[in-house]
Write a protein that binds this ligand. Structure first.
Ligand code: F6R
Length: 249
């Protein structure tokens, strides 16, 4: 199925989504070992990361020459805070594969200057030749990374405020246990930053994502649903389980 340029793959289950995403990433790295891989945090990609680690363990792929860039980091959290995205990535993926730690890039939530941190991040992506493939999730409100509704199509890496719906979604017991503990701001790659990736794969699983997926795929190209701003990307595929795809016509 295709919507605009978007390609849509509807799969039986969240496991099938993870298997498909992992396969795309593994095959791409096999074809280009010096791969530049964009990554996301959150519940959705966890199964994909487990499968990537399995493939590495089975020696089907090596991450030794891969460079990664993560989408975002909470502002004010150190990388060793157990709710930081640096900690999440080490714990869910990097510690389980043969990637070189110095080739993994996560924005520093404790940087002295967010402006300098974000500009340096953009420059480093550029210096690495740009992102070959960026793996994304989608928020219940259609956000990608921490680009909340209203984010511009040409936005770059910057300090952003989280919406109350994102704060609530990230304190539902999966991550923070109390909304009061969730940082109010984050550093986030912009929509413009993400759109420059040569390939994008967005994963969505579960009924809670069905409205956001419908708005992203069938709604207008609009900052009201930041994920809809991927509609004209030349190589973007949404991998959905049946529940996340349920409201697509
Ligand atoms: C995380 C990120 C967020 C998540 C989104 C969905 O790095 O960029 O946009 O992808 O909030 O989160 P989950 O997967 O937890 O539903």
């Amino acid at each position: 199925m295709a919507a605009g340029n978007l390609k849509i793959q509807v799969l039986e289950s969240a496991d099938a989504v993870a298997a498909a995403a992992s396969k795309v990433i593994v095959e791409a790295i096999k074809a280009k070992p010096r791969f530049v891989l964009g990554l996301a945090t959150g519940s959705t990609p966890e199964k994909t990361y487990a499968k990537m680690a399995e493939a590495n363990k089975a020696k089907q792929v090596s991450f030794a020459k891969v460079t990664t860039f993560n989408l975002d980091e909470y502002w004010g959290l150190d990388g060793d805070h157990d709710q930081s995205y640096r900690y999440f990535m080490n714990d869910r993926l990097f510690n389980h594969i043969d990637i070189r730690p110095w080739n993994t890039n996560v924005l520093n939530g404790m940087a002295t200057s967010p402006l300098i941190e974000c500009a340096a991040y953009e420059q480093k992506i550029f210096a690495c030749g740009g992102v070959d493939l960026w793996l994304l999730g989608i928020g219940n409100n259609g956000h990608v990374a921490f680009n909340e509704p209203g984010s511009a199509v040409d936005s770059r890496t910057r300090l952003v405020s989280l919406t109350q719906s994102t704060i609530n979604a990230n304190s539902d017991g999966r991550f923070f246990s109390d909304p009061k503990d969730v940082p109010r701001c984050a550093l986030s790659a912009g929509i413009g930053t993400i759109r420059e990736a040569r390939k994008i794969i967005l994963l969505a699983t579960g009924a809670g994502k069905a409205d956001a997926v419908k708005a992203a795929v069938e709604g207008p190209f609009s900052p009201d649903c930041p994920a809809s701003l991927l509609q004209d990307h030349l190589d973007c595929t949404f991998y959905l389980d049946k529940a996340a795809a349920a409201k697509l016509s």
